[in-house]
Write a protein that binds this ligand. Structure first.
Ligand SMILES: [Zn+2]
Length: 118
């Protein structure tokens, strides 16, 4: 089992990572057209003049991809934090074995062991 000191340390890591990702997400969202618009509403506007906006579209798509992966990470972090609350943190969600501490230190939001991740 993970002792409470280590768990606290990992929790801090998760919270820091969460903050970092949230800051990054808001940056890419500001760089997109309109500051508070959803993707769905911003999309047709970009499509209207396709050739001129080809570059912009590429940027938009890569921003989207970055946003998506960051949001996924955020979800994982939130899940890891809630597993900490429930006391199931550090257990592989697939094989139920303990996730090695080295892996958790390197990637605190991990919910599977390396074997199961493959
Ligand atoms: Zn496993």
């Amino acid at each position: 089992m993970i002792d409470s000191k280590t768990r606290e340390e990992l929790k801090q890591k998760l919270l820091e990572e969460k903050k970092r990702i949230e800051e990054n997400i808001s940056k890419t969202e500001i760089s997109k057209k309109g500051t508070d618009r959803e993707y769905e509403t911003a999309f047709p506007e970009i499509e209207r003049d396709q050739e001129e906006n080809a570059d912009e579209m590429e940027m938009y798509e890569s921003n989207l991809a970055i946003d998506e992966s960051m949001k996924l990470e955020l979800e994982k972090i939130d899940e890891a934090l809630s597993r900490m609350e429930k006391g199931t943190y550090g257990i592989c969600s697939n094989c139920q074995k303990e996730i090695p501490l080295e892996r958790l230190r390197a990637y605190p939001q991990a919910d599977t062991c390396l074997d199961c991740q493959k």
